[in-house]
Design a protein around this ligand. Structure first.
Ligand SMILES: [Zn+2]
Length: 427
C-alpha cells in the first residue's frame, strides 16, 4: 500500500513537472518608466525565456517575441503616451507571448535580459531612446548673458526598477530621497548664485555611470548623493555621511553599505553592453585635493545636523561607485535608517524632510562661504563674484564684452564661474 502511494506520487510529480515544461514560462508583469532621454519597459517572467526582436514601420513598432511563454494575466494593453511610446500591447501568438511597443517615431532601442537579483525575477528590458532630451534643466540666463553660478549636482539614489532599501516596509528609499532631493533643489534655486542640476527628478532608473557622466558634463562644483540607510540592528539611527576614500572603507559596516549601494546597477538593470567600469572599484587618484574638500563638505553637513538637532550623525569613508572618479568634491548622505522606527516616523513627515533639506542647503552655503572667491590680487585681474555677468564686469572696467571674452579665452556664450580670475587689463 505504502509502495503504491509512493509510486502514484512519483507519477503525479512527473506529470506536473512535464506539464510545466510544456507550458514554458509566464509573463507576470509589465512596467515602464519615463526618463528624460529614454523610456524603459520591463517584462517580468517566471523564469528564463529566449526572445527575438523585430522592428516594424508604418506605424513604428518594436516587437519582442518571448518564446514558449504564456502571456498570463498581464494586462493586454497599457497606454503610455509619454512622447516616445503610445501603448504597450501583449498578445499570445501560438506558444509565444508577443510584446508590442507602439512608438511615436522611428526611435533607437536596446533589448537585454536580466537574471533574478534581490527579489527581482527574470526580466526582459527594452530601452527606447527618444531623439530629444525632455525636461533638461537649463542654466538661468538673463539679458546680460549667463550669471556666474556654482553648479550643484543633486543625486537622488535609485529609482524606477531599483527601489533601494525598503527598511521596515513603510517607506521606500527611492521615494524618500527623491522628495528630499527636490526640496534641496527648490530651496537652492530660489537663491542667487546657484545652478542646480538633478541626476533624476522623477521615478526612473539612472545607472551609476550615467550619474557620474551627467555631473561631469554639467561641470559640477559639488556633488551630493542622497540615500536612505538600513541595518540589521534596528536600533541604528541617524545620518551617515560618506566621502570617497582612496584607502577604501573605514569600517566593515561602511564596506557592506557601499556594496549594497553599488549593487543598484544590478537591481535597476544595466545593459550587458555597458562598460564594465560601472562596477569597477578602483579609485581614480585624480580625486586628489577633492578628498579634502569632500571631507570639508561632509563636516559642514555634520555641523548643521548637530546645530539643528536632527539626530545622530557619523562621517565615514567608503568606496561608493557613484563618488569615485568624480573630479569635484562629492559626498553621499544617508539621511536616516529606514530600518529604525524613530527615523521612519521622522522621515514620513514632510515638515521633517523640509527641515532636512534646509539643513543641507545651509551646509552648502557654509561650504561656499569657506571657498569664497579670493579678492583680486592686482588691478589687472578681477575675481568673479556671485551674481556677476560678463557684461557687468565689462561695464565696470570699461572694456567691451567681446574684448573681455577674447582676452580670457571664454566660450562664445560668455559663461563665467564664481571665483574665476579674469584679466581686465585694457590693451
Ligand atoms: Zn541607497
Amino acid at each position: 500500500m505504502r509502495t503504491l502511494t509512493a509510486t502514484l506520487m512519483v507519477a503525479l510529480a512527473l506529470v506536473t513537472y512535464a506539464g510545466s515544461v510544456m507550458a514554458g514560462e509566464s509573463l507576470t508583469g509589465v512596467r515602464y518608466w519615463t526618463a528624460p532621454d529614454h523610456t524603459r519597459i520591463v517584462v517580468d517572467l517566471t523564469g528564463y525565456a529566449s526572445y527575438s526582436t523585430r522592428v516594424m514601420t508604418n506605424p513604428d513598432r518594436v516587437v519582442v517575441l518571448v518564446q514558449s511563454a504564456d502571456a498570463g494575466d498581464v494586462s493586454r494593453s497599457t497606454a503610455v503616451g509619454d512622447g516616445v511610446i503610445q501603448h504597450i500591447r501583449i498578445n499570445q501568438i501560438g506558444s509565444g507571448a508577443q510584446v508590442v511597443l507602439d512608438l511615436e517615431g522611428a526611435f533607437e532601442h536596446n533589448v537585454f535580459s536580466l537574471k533574478p537579483y534581490l527579489g527581482k525575477p527574470h526580466r526582459i528590458v527594452v530601452d527606447v531612446f527618444s531623439d530629444v532630451v525632455r525636461r533638461i534643466s537649463e542654466p538661468v540666463t538673463g539679458d546680460d548673458g549667463p550669471v556666474a553660478t556654482r553648479v550643484i549636482v543633486i543625486d537622488p539614489g535609485h529609482g524606477g526598477e531599483d527601489p533601494g532599501t525598503l527598511g521596515n516596509g513603510v517607506l521606500v528609499e527611492k521615494e524618500v530621497v527623491l522628495d528630499i532631493g527636490k526640496r534641496v533643489a527648490g530651496i537652492l534655486r530660489a537663491k542667487p548664485g546657484y545652478d542646480v542640476r538633478m541626476t533624476r527628478d522623477s521615478d526612473y532608473f539612472v545607472s551609476l555611470r550615467k550619474r557620474k557622466q551627467l555631473a561631469q558634463t554639467w561641470g559640477g562644483d559639488v556633488f551630493i548623493s542622497i540615500h536612505g540607510n538600513s541595518a540589521p540592528n534596528r536600533r541604528a539611527s541617524g545620518t551617515e555621511i560618506f566621502y570617497v576614500s582612496p584607502g577604501g572603507a573605514s569600517d566593515q559596516a561602511a564596506r557592506e553599505l557601499a556594496d549594497r549601494e553599488n549593487a543598484a546597477d544590478l537591481v535597476g538593470g544595466v545593459s550587458p553592453d555597458a562598460d564594465n567600469d560601472v562596477l569597477s572599484i578602483l579609485v581614480d587618484l585624480k580625486m586628489g585635493g577633492n578628498v579634502q574638500k569632500s571631507s570639508h563638505l561632509a563636516t559642514m553637513i555634520s555641523n548643521r545636523i548637530a546645530s539643528m538637532d536632527l539626530g545622530r550623525c557619523a562621517m565615514k569613508q567608503a568606496g561608493f561607485v557613484v563618488l569615485k572618479s568624480l573630479s569635484m568634491p562629492s559626498v553621499l548622505v544617508e539621511v536616516g535608517f529606514l530600518s529604525n522606527d524613530q527615523d521612519v516616523d521622522k522621515l514620513k513627515r514632510s515638515e521633517y524632510r523640509q527641515e532636512y533639506a534646509d539643513c543641507l542647503v545651509l551646509a552648502i552655503d557654509d561650504y561656499f562661504a569657506c571657498y569664497a572667491p579670493m579678492p583680486a590680487t592686482s588691478d589687472d585681474t578681477h575675481t568673479v563674484a556671485v551674481g556677476e555677468t560678463l557684461w557687468s564686469i565689462a561695464r565696470r572696467y570699461d572694456i567691451s564684452v567681446e574684448n573681455l571674452r577674447r582676452m580670457n579665452g571664454l566660450p562664445d556664450d560668455g559663461t563665467i564661474k564664481i571665483g574665476q580670475v579674469l584679466s581686465v587689463e585694457k590693451s
